[in-house]
Structure formats: structure tokens, C-alpha cells
Design a protein around this ligand. Sequence first.
Ligand SMILES: Cc1cc2nc3c(=O)[nH]c(=O)nc-3n(C[C@H](O)[C@H](O)[C@H](O)COP(=O)(O)OP(=O)(O)OC[C@H]3O[C@@H](n4cnc5c(N)ncnc54)[C@H](O)[C@@H]3O)c2cc1C
Length: 419
Amino acid sequence: MTASATADLAIVGGGMVGASLAVMLAPLGLSIALIEAQPVESAAQPSFDARTTALSNGTRKILSTMGVWDAVAAEATPIRSIHISERGRLGRAVIDAAEQSLPAMGYVLPNRVLGRELWRRLAGVPGVVVHSPATVTAVSADEQAVTVAWEQMGIASSVSARLVVAADGANSLVRTGSGLGATRRDYAQCAIVTSASPSQFHEHVAYERFTDEGPVAVLPLGDGRCAIVLTLPPEAATAAMQLDDAGFLDLVQARFGWRLGRLTALGRRDCYPLALTEAEDNVAARTVLVGSAAQGLHPIAGQGFNLALRDAATLAEVIADSALAAAPDERRDPGAPALLERYRDWRERDRRVLISFTDGLVRLFASPLPPLRFARSLGLLAFDLSPSAKSAMSGLSRGFATAQPRLARGLPLVGGLVS
Ligand SMILES: Cc1cc2nc3c(=O)[nH]c(=O)nc-3n(C[C@H](O)[C@H](O)[C@H](O)COP(=O)(O)OP(=O)(O)OC[C@H]3O[C@@H](n4cnc5c(N)ncnc54)[C@H](O)[C@@H]3O)c2cc1C
């Protein structure tokens, strides 16, 4: 594409959310420029890296409707129950899928598996032109169009589109370029992500254990191994990254306990600084923010991608509706102000509830104050005894929007029922 190229839509960032959105939009036949800095198989790819993601049942449904789930299901590990506890306190809670009449509470999927399948699908979409490795350097919008400029192997290019979608992560250049501000609150915590083999089978249980130094999550993987997300203050995380494998496993064992017996065969370790990033708005002139560009959450509740996929499914639907409503000879405009307003209104409640839920959880479990610690234990006990609280928790899977987008209900963007 040269400086004079045009497209209906430019998506900046082909990570978990940008690539998902491009696949969702494929049936609409729009012309889409997808610009991604790091190719999907690159070791430096920050979205499809060595992490695994806990997917909710709602996310599974969206991926199914997109036709992606069947291709990745063999590598997804079901979570049959979730066990929540606090080190040194009596309270604990268990949410069981069978009790909730669900086949699973969610699924654990390696990010690379999802990335490979999304990018494989993108290669076959006629309207999508992929520019990668290409780094977006500037965006500028007026009433009619937005110009997105990038550099690829030292060559500058640009496209003029009706809408730009910022799917370029928490430090979004598109967000800044559109003039939208964002607040960033550093949690003064880092998550070290790794994996290990437990001596006892995990029985498909996902553990979330709160400790004074931060939470530790242990998630089931298909080969009997477990994914580990250990949260620590930054200096402690730096020290933990320097430990040898035996020293690091001792640290995890001290934090997590012995529920799964001895942990051995530690995998590769990666460290992520944690912050809450919240854009002041998720739309601007000819611009929409999705995923981490709109809101970057603490992984404590495993909701970031699940929320973000609902951003993408909703945006795909408002674009589809406007394209289908337009008369055949009318030029469709995916960046029209009314469409952006509809997207903003639809996403408002879900984003607000999930951001405050996740942030509240971090604050509640970060506090060393005795009354709060006592309340936490009581809270876990009460939660464990309350079927309605557990069923409300299962509702996290669907999110809190006033209405579910079609893809989350098993309906394709265009045409009849899929699943
Ligand atoms: C430790 C950890 C564990 C997590 N676990 C879970 C979980 O279990 N469940 C869950 O739901 N969520 C989880 N999340 C959240 C989830 O990872 C994010 O919600 C998700 O990655 C957001 O995807 P994204 O595509 O919006 O942004 P990103 O993943 O940040 O991707 C942004 C993409 O944009 C590209 N890009 C950036 N700038 C440019 C540019 N200028 N030009 C071109 N391309 C650019 C990048 O290369 C990248 O590919 C976790 C997060 C962390 C940190």
C-alpha cells in the first residue's frame, strides 16, 4: 500500500484483540489494513507470547461463532472448578462447574495457539491487507477520514481510512495520536509467569491464592503441567527472576503450599509490570479503542482478554449493522459518529463494572490491615456458603453489558444461526 492507498478500516495491532477483530469482520467484505509491529511467530511478539490465557465460557462462545474454537479446542484445558484461598487464613471458596450446571468454568489456552489460528485465518481473507513487521508512527483524523502512517523496513507508508481501530495495547500510540488521555495507576506489582509439573494431578482445578506479598494463580494445563502466575512487589520480582530453578520453585511452594504436591520441571519465566490503564474515552473522531488500548487490567481475575473480546464482538456488530442498513449504492461509513456513539454506549457498563471489580479485588487483597484481613476470611467463607454469590460470579463470563453481541449468542454477524 502506498501513501495514496485507501481502506474502509485500519486496525493498528494484530495481537489477541486486533487479530480477533479482523477475523470477525471477514464476512463483511470490507477493505481492511492491519498493521502489526511484530509478526505472529516472532519471539518478540508481545501478545502471542509464552503466556496462557484463562478464557471464560462467554469467550469460548464467541470464538466458536467465529469458527476459531474447533481449531484450538484440542489445546485448551477445561477448568472444572476454581479454588480461592488466603494463606494463613481459614476462609476458602470453591466454585464447581458441575454445581453451576456448566461443562467447565473456563478454559486455559496458550496465547501462541490462538495467535497461530487467528493469523492463519487472516491469510485467507481477500479484503484484509496485512502490513507486518510495520510500526505505526502517526495518526491524524478529520471529519471525513483518518490517515495512519507506518514504517516498514525503513520505508514510510500510509493509508487513508474511514475508521482506525486502536488495538495497539496499553501504551497505544493511536490513543495518544487521537488526543485521548489515559490514566495509569502503577500497582507496584509484577507478575512472573511460568509453568511447572506438580507431583499430584491437578484434576482440572484452577487455584487463586492470596498472600501478603500478592496473589498466586495456578492453572491446569493439558499435559498435566500447571501454568503459574506469581505476583510480587517489583524488587522481590527482580530477585525472584535471578533465582535458580530450585530456588524459584521453593518460593512458589512457600506461597502456594502443597495442594498439588511437589512442583518440579520449571518452565521459562517472564515478568510483567502490572498497572491499571484506563482511557478517558473509548471513541474519538474516526477512532475506536479496543482491548488494552481502552483498558489494561490487573490479571488477578483473568478478565482482560475476555472483556476485550466483547469490545471486538460489539464493534464488529455495530459495523455490520451499519453496512447492512446502507442502501447498496450508498458508501458505507464504519467511522460515522452515530456508529461510534452506539459502540461507546453499548460498552460503557461492561467496562465500568469489570474495571472496578478487578481494581477492587486488587485493593481488597493487597491490604494488610487486620479488619480487612478478617473481612476477607469472612467474605470467602460467606461466599463459599452462598449459591447465589457463586452463580453471580459465573455471570462474569458473560460480562455486564446491557445486551450480548450476536457473536456471544452464537449468531454470526451476517446470516443465520451458527451454533
Ligand atoms: C500476566 C498476564 C496474564 C494475563 N492473563 C489473562 C487471563 O488469564 N485471562 C484474560 O482474559 N486476560 C489475561 N490477561 C490480559 C490479556 O493478556 C490482555 O487483555 C490482552 O493481551 C490484550 O490484547 P490486546 O491485543 O488489546 O493488546 P496487546 O496484547 O498488548 O497487543 C497489542 C499489539 O499491538 C502491537 N502494536 C503495539 N504498538 C504498535 C504500533 N505502533 N504499530 C503496530 N503495532 C503495534 C503489538 O506488537 C501487539 O501485537 C493477562 C495479562 C497479563 C499481563
